[in-house]
Design a protein around this ligand. Structure first.
Ligand SMILES: [Zn+2]
Length: 300
C-alpha cells in the first residue's frame, strides 16, 4: 500500500519583517526540502492516481501567495521539485484582498490588544443590535484549535471567523482605513499574478482551486458552494488553458455536499487539513494533509 504524506505551506519569506503571521523562512524551507527529498519520493498532484509501493510526499501551497513565486519556485528549480499550488480565483478578477488575509495584514500592523479594541469599537459604532456576542475579550480561549495563539489573538481570529460575512468585511474595511493601509499597493505585493502562475505551470507544477472567494464551504447553500467550486475551475481553465482536477478546501472546511459538487464538476481529488499520513488513499476527496509546522515539530 502506498504511503502518502501531504504537507501544507502558506507564507514563505526571506525575513520575518517581509511576511505575515505564521511564516516560514526561506532558509528553513530549504532545510525542509532537503529532508523531504532524502526521505520521500516527492510527486506532483497529477501522479496521485498512479502511486506504487513507496513512501510519497506531495507539497501543497495554498492561498495564491506571491511568496510562492518569489521564494518557492527558485528552490524548486534548484532541486528539480514541484508541487500543488491552489489559487483563490477572485484575486485574478478584482484587486480586493481576501478578508482572511486582511486579518493577517492587520495583525502585522496592530498589537492584539489594539486590534481587539478597534474591532469592538467598530462593532459598537456600526451594528446597533446583535453585536454583543461578537465582542472580543481574553477571558478564555474560545476555540482550542488555535494552538499556536494566545487567547486574545485566538479570540480575534475566532470571532472574525464566526461573525456574518458582511459584518466582517465592513469591520476589516474600517480598520484598513483607520490604519491607513493602502489595499491596492499591498495587493500587488501579496498575490500571484497571471504571469507568475504561468511560470509555475511552465515548471511542471500543478495548479488547483482554493475556491473563488475562499469561504467556509460547509456554511454555504448548495448554490453558493456550486459557484465557489465551478467558477474557480472555469476561470483557471480558461485563463491558463489547463485542466483543473484538484481542490484544496479553504480552512479545511467541507461537507458531503461539497464532495458531491466536486465530483459532478469534474474534480478528481480534494485536499483536506485532517493531519494524518495517507495509508493508501481511501477517499480521493478527503486526502489528509499535515501543516509543515506540525510535521517538522520533532524532526529537524
Ligand atoms: Zn486558504
Amino acid at each position: 500500500m502506498p504511503k502518502l504524506t501531504v504537507i501544507n505551506y502558506h507564507y514563505i519569506a526571506e525575513s520575518l519583517e517581509q511576511s505575515y503571521g505564521n511564516c516560514l523562512l526561506v532558509d528553513e524551507f530549504e532545510v525542509q526540502l532537503k529532508y523531504l527529498r532524502d526521505n520521500f519520493k516527492i510527486i506532483s498532484a497529477n501522479q496521485l492516481t498512479e502511486l506504487g509501493e513507496s513512501n510519497y510526499c506531495l507539497l501543497t501551497f495554498d492561498d495564491s501567495l506571491k511568496d510562492h513565486f518569489n521564494n518557492v519556485l527558485p528552490l524548486f528549480r534548484k532541486y528539480g521539485l514541484n508541487g500543488f499550488f491552489s489559487i483563490i480565483t477572485n484575486t485574478l478578477e478584482g484587486r480586493k484582498i481576501n478578508p482572511t488575509h486582511k486579518v493577517h495584514i492587520l495583525f502585522k500592523n496592530l498589537a492584539a490588544k489594539e486590534f481587539a479594541g478597534l474591532i469592538n469599537k467598530s462593532l459598537k459604532e456600526n451594528f446597533s443590535h446583535d453585536y454583543r456576542k461578537y465582542l472580543i475579550d481574553d477571558k478564555e480561549k474560545l476555540d482550542k484549535r488555535y494552538v499556536w495563539d494566545d487567547s486574545l489573538t485566538a479570540n480575534i481570529k475566532y470571532m472574525l471567523a464566526v461573525m456574518p460575512f458582511e459584518m466582517k468585511e465592513m469591520i476589516l474595511d474600517n480598520l484598513f482605513k483607520e490604519c491607513h493601509i493602502n489595499e491596492s499597493e499591498i495587493f500587488d505585493k501579496y498575490y500571484l499574478n497571471e504571469d507568475e502562475i504561468k511560470a509555475l505551470i511552465a515548471y511542471k507544477n500543478d495548479i488547483g482551486s482554493h475556491g473563488h472567494n475562499h469561504l467556509r464551504l460547509s456554511k454555504l447553500t448548495k448554490e453558493d458552494q456550486g459557484f465557489e467550486i465551478k467558477e474557480s475551475k472555469r476561470i483557471l481553465e480558461e485563463k491558463f488553458s489547463i485542466k483543473i482536477s484538484g481542490f484544496s478546501y479553504p480552512f479545511g472546511d467541507y461537507n458531503q455536499q461539497t464532495i458531491e459538487i466536486l465530483r459532478q464538476a469534474g474534480y478528481k481529488f480534494g485536499i483536506s487539513t485532517i493531519p494524518k499520513v495517507n495509508e493508501g488513499i481511501e477517499n480521493v476527496y478527503q486526502i489528509y494533509r499535515i501543516d509543515n509546522k506540525t510535521f517538522f515539530k520533532d524532526k529537524l
